[in-house]
Ligand binder design. Structure first.
Ligand SMILES: [Zn+2]
Length: 230
């Protein structure tokens, strides 16, 4: 099977949806220039050994406003790819999130201003607001620092995402996953908003934190809410 045939198997609508998501990240000021990237999990091929981590991912080094839908790269789990442009330099991070978390249908990575400011402090975001529970627990972790585009960064990110759908990346930015592109984009915007709110309340002093019991109640409500909506 040659590269163009594999690439052609991807739904053109999914290519456009991925590019639209990347442009929406720019519009929401999550990304500027070539920073950040996005991907969506592809359906498994029956004969592929690592089918679950196949993805369509934004290309490396080209701003979203200059990309075409056909520039979105198909990246296989082994690092091979199909398309006119190479996949994002963070493809390993995306691949390992799909491999580790079956619920991940789309992954977004951004150097958004407030998340990145907190990531440079290497802080774990505490339960200063109940919406922290949207991301699976009572805190949002910060992954240990590692050089961009490395397996070490991917490993640190997967560790920080255990039981969570978002984390900070030390001295770098943030990553979030959702069940599909629209869900991941909504979560990314919510996450950046929470980071801004935390940053702002820190200007006033040390915030009052919610207790573990209060957060447990919120997490339970979100679990019920998620079922009711699905
Ligand atoms: Zn980055």
């Amino acid at each position: 099977m040659n590269a163009s045939n594999v690439s052609d198997q991807v739904d053109p609508g999914l290519r456009s949806a991925l590019l639209d998501t990347m442009r929406a990240m720019d519009d929401a000021r999550l990304n500027v220039g070539t920073a950040g990237n996005a991907s969506v999990r592809l359906p498994a091929d029956a004969d592929a050994a690592h089918a679950t981590a196949r993805m369509l991912i934004t290309p490396s080094g080209v701003p979203a406003e200059r990309c075409r839908p056909e520039d979105m790269a198909v990246a296989e789990a082994d690092g091979s790819y199909h398309g006119p442009l190479a996949p994002s330099s963070e493809w390993q991070l995306h691949r390992d999130i799909y491999a580790a978390f079956p619920a991940a249908g789309a992954v977004l990575h951004a150097h958004s201003p407030f998340a990145t400011a907190l990531a440079c402090q290497r802080v774990e975001i505490p339960p200063f607001h109940y919406m922290i529970a949207r991301f699976g627990g009572s805190t949002i972790r910060c992954a240990a620092y590692a050089t961009f585009g490395t397996q070490a960064l991917s490993d640190a990110t997967v560790a920080a995402l255990q039981d969570r759908s978002a984390c900070l990346l030390a001295n770098h930015g943030m990553v979030v996953y959702g069940r599909d592109l629209a869900h991941a984009l909504a979560l990314a915007i919510e996450f950046e908003t929470l980071c801004e709110q935390y940053w702002r309340t820190l200007q006033l002093g040390v915030p009052v934190l919610l207790t573990e019991a209060e957060m447990a109640e919120v997490i339970e409500r979100f679990r019920w809410y998620g079922r009711a909506r699905s």
